[in-house]
Design a protein around this ligand. Structure first.
Ligand code: HEM
Ligand SMILES: CC(C)=CCC/C(C)=C/CC/C(C)=C/COP(=O)(O)OP(=O)(O)O
Length: 302
């Protein structure tokens, strides 16, 4: 009797963990990190916790709900790809009703938090971001065009702007600059993965750039977007909103990204594409961390 109770408890715990994985916690962690940096950059001093906490939790809950809806809507495609076949929605261990209910609960509580404790503008913009990713990107872009992430990337790029509006109640050019950085970062981030996972995407019948336009065109596109990203990441210095600390970090991070992109284009190997994808994640983390450090000890580049 006691044994069966503990087995049931263990199974319940494993199921809860599998449901949590549907919220793509690692991706959401970086999304929330960028949103929090947007919040901190919008103020000269540390914002009050009573504003920072509901904003952070609200954005995290809605991003998790968006990811969960994506897993629900793509369960059949995910089942065909090695990388995603383990997801509870793909395996069938998560019921559709259960997943939808959880996504609505998470998204609904996030919306309530933002609406009640932050501001209406942030609540609406976060809802629009959720719908843009979960519906427009997942259903209308991803299955039909290799430019899916170039258009859909806008939703992934929104978090720092959401953080900014959460603290200020308005959109500012500085916040749009942060959005532009993630927006130009997204194609190299995703296409590097799409290259070494192209067999997966072929099995799922998704029109990703390496399949529709080939490896050479994709690596060239990665290189061009990385060059564009380098230019965009130098804009905060040119516009006087970031100083020496950020400039040095951006040059070092961009340098490594460009080095990998050039190597990838000249001598393609799956291992190099994997390294480029992995670097893209470290790149964004360090770039935003550098922006924040620079904000608190601004040494202007005059
Ligand atoms: C539409 C835009 C985006 C697309 C299509 C995309 C695509 C992907 C894919 C397919 C993976 C899965 C890799 C795997 O399973 O091994 C991934 C991983 C990841 N992405 Fe993105 N991504 C996008 C935007 C973003 C944004 C905006 C962020 C954060 C600001 C982000 C952060 C991450 C992180 C941290 C991982 C690693 C997750 C892990 O290790 O489990 N991505 N991305
Ligand atoms: C604040 C807020 C509401 C944000 C929502 C935006 C959001 C969750 C963006 C995530 C980007 C992402 C994981 C794309 C991969 O999707 P994919 O479907 O191509 O990846 P997959 O094949 O792993 O499912």
């Amino acid at each position: 009797m006691a044994l069966s109770a503990s087995v049931r408890l263990q199974a319940g715990y494993e199921h809860a963990l599998a449901m949590l994985q549907l919220a793509k916690p690692r991706v959401v962690a970086l999304i929330v990190f960028c949103a929090v940096i947007g919040m901190l950059l919008s103020q000269p001093a540390l914002p009050a916790l009573r504003r920072l906490l509901p904003a952070t939790l609200g954005i995290a809950l809605m991003a998790g709900a968006a990811a969960m809806l994506n897993c629900l809507l793509e369960h059949a495609l995910d089942a065909r790809m090695q990388r995603t076949a383990w997801r509870a929605t793909a395996r069938g261990s998560a019921g559709r009703g259960e997943t939808l209910l959880l996504a609505v609960l998470l998204g609904g509580s996030g919306m309530l938090l933002l609406w009640g404790w932050v501001n209406a503008l942030t609540a609406w913009l976060t809802l629009a971001t959720l719908l843009a990713y979960a519906l427009v990107y997942t259903l209308l872009l991803k299955p039909y065009t290799p430019q899916n992430i170039v258009i859909g990337g806008i939703s992934g790029a929104m978090p720092p702007l959401l953080g900014w509006t959460a603290m200020t109640g308005q959109v500012s050019p500085h916040a749009l600059l942060l959005l532009l950085i993630i927006y130009t970062w997204t194609p190299p981030h995703f296409w590097a993965l799409a290259l070494y996972r192209r067999a997966d995407y072929a099995r799922a019948g998704l029109p990703m750039l390496p399949l529709t336009h080939g490896q050479g065109f994709t690596t060239l596109s990665i290189l061009l977007y990385t060059l564009l990203l380098t230019a965009v990441t130098l804009l905060p210095v040119a516009l006087g909103v970031a100083g020496w600390l950020y400039l040095l970090a951006a040059l070092a991070l961009d340098g490594r990204f460009l080095f990998l992109a050039v190597q990838l284009h000249r001598q393609y190997a799956d291992a190099l594409a994997r390294r480029t994808f992995s670097w893209s994640i470290w790149y964004l983390t360090w770039l935003f961390a550098a922006m924040l450090s620079d904000h608190y000890c601004l040494l202007p580049v005059s």
